[in-house]
Design a protein around this ligand. Structure first.
Ligand code: RNT
Ligand code: ZN
Length: 424
């Protein structure tokens, strides 16, 4: 939708907003720069409903992309051009996160335990050319070896070995990304392992998972090329009673190994949020990978919005001065709406959350708390919610050369008519 708001008008509104924030001791110019500088790792799998390029059958692992909006990307070239287009609508620094089944093997079937960096040559060349660093994820689902519902924790040594080898090749690929981009790529391990009904033995699978992870992480890779992370979950479809890689499991494991813990916003109890975990966990692990997502009833993967939960997470990171220890990543998949819009809405919302956090007059609020004036603290927190935030947001978009307000819907509409609607 065209708003008809000119750059001049945005500038005028911004000048007033800037004055208001200055009264609260906040530089909005600085907040814009800080918010734009934090990289958001955009997840490739929203572009094709977590399908990948293997032709390995339907999505499994207790996750599900519902909907059949036309225009999903069917190959690497389509996915890359869709992503580039989405990048042009999301302000600030971006990364791109791949799953192993987005390998491009030139039509040759390559088993997941045999994947090599060369199968990601196109992705790496693109990453370099576009200056978009990559992140990586081994894929423990949508595969016959995952049919039992168990992978790294499987009681079958053949299955376990297969996934251990897959994880090892993924770490090498991830490290090759790191070399290619001159900075670490994040390798995030999430496995679907769990059971539909109450298991009698919860311990053995967890022992096997710990041993498997130890074996995977034992391989030393060139320093500064890879950041290891592990992601927990509460339940999935078909793993309602027990998930082997639970929060407590990975919390303990990440502390023990001093690797990053991945907190996915959709992977906790319905009223449990992750904001309060950040300052607690950062005392014990080198950093956190955050999967920004939105849980809704059974689904942990709705498009990220500017929700209280997400804003709380951004604020907590800012208040703790911890942004340099956080990898910001999106994780959701909605096949019922235009997928580029899904990327754009989530990416813009997260950037908004970051901007809002950096605009908070944290010092004033903390000072009120220190003086024991908790009514002032509460009043300030309330006031922050209605400061002229949208004027600063529009200015951020102008500065970053992306469309303001809902103008981007026009761009998405054009792309849908010209490109997406031609995909049958
Ligand atoms: C699944 C996890 C995991 C996946 C992606 C596809 O519950 O959140 O991060 O969403 O790896
Ligand atoms: Zn996740």
């Amino acid at each position: 939708m065209k708003t008809g708001i000119s750059a001049g008008k945005v500038g005028q509104a911004y000048e007033i907003a800037k004055e208001v924030y200055a009264k609260f001791g906040v530089s909005s110019d600085k907040a814009i720069k800080e918010a734009l500088a934090l990289p958001i790792s955009i997840h490739c799998w929203q572009g094709d409903d977590v399908t990948g390029f293997e032709n390995s059958g339907p999505l499994s692992g207790g996750i599900l992309a519902t909907g059949n909006y036309p225009g999903r990307a069917r190959n690497g070239d389509e996915l890359r051009s869709d992503a580039e287009f989405a990048f042009s609508l999301v302000p600030g620094k971006k990364r791109f996160s791949l799953h192993s089944f987005y390998a491009e093997t030139g039509g040759k079937k390559v088993s997941r335990d045999q994947l090599e960096p060369e199968h990601f040559a196109k992705w790496m060349a693109w990453s370099k050319k576009k200056k978009i660093p990559l992140d990586f994820n081994p894929s423990f689902f949508s595969h016959p070896m995952a049919d039992s519902g168990y992978t790294l924790s499987s009681a079958d040594p053949k299955i376990r070995k297969f996934w251990i080898n897959h994880s090892k090749s993924c770490r090498r690929i991830c490290s090759a990304f790191g070399v290619n981009q001159g900075s670490p790529a994040v390798d995030n391990i999430w496995i679907p392992d769990g059971s539909k009904d109450y298991p009698a033995d919860r311990l053995s699978p967890r022992q096997r998972l710990q041993d498997a992870l130890d074996e995977i992480l034992a391989e030393k890779l060139p320093a500064g090329t890879i950041t290891d992370a592990v992601e927990s979950k509460l339940f999935g479809i078909g793993s309602e009673a027990n998930v082997v890689g639970s929060h407590e499991f990975y919390m303990g494991y990440a502390v023990k190994k001093q690797i990053k813990l991945c907190l996915d916003m959709g992977h906790f109890h319905p009223t449990e949020t992750i904001a309060d975990k950040i300052s607690a966990m950062l005392l014990f692990v080198p950093g956190l990978l955050i999967h920004f997502s939105r849980g809704l009833r059974w689904d942990s993967d709705h498009v990220v919005t500017f929700s209280d939960e997400m804003r709380d997470v951004c604020r907590e990171i800012k208040r703790a001065g911890a942004a340099n220890k956080i990898d910001f990543a999106l994780d959701y998949f909605d096949a019922s709406i235009n997928r580029i819009a899904a990327w754009t809405i989530g990416g813009r919302s997260l950037r908004k959350g970051l901007l809002e956090a950096y605009l908070e007059p944290t010092r004033l609020i903390v000072d009120a708390e220190k003086r024991g004036k908790n009514h002032e603290r509460l009043a300030l927190m309330e006031e922050c919610k209605t400061l002229p935030f949208s004027a600063v947001w529009d200015k951020l978009c102008l500065d970053a050369k992306v469309p303001i307000s809902t103008e981007w819907l026009g761009n998405v509409g054009d792309y849908e008519a010209k490109v997406l609607s031609k995909r049958k």
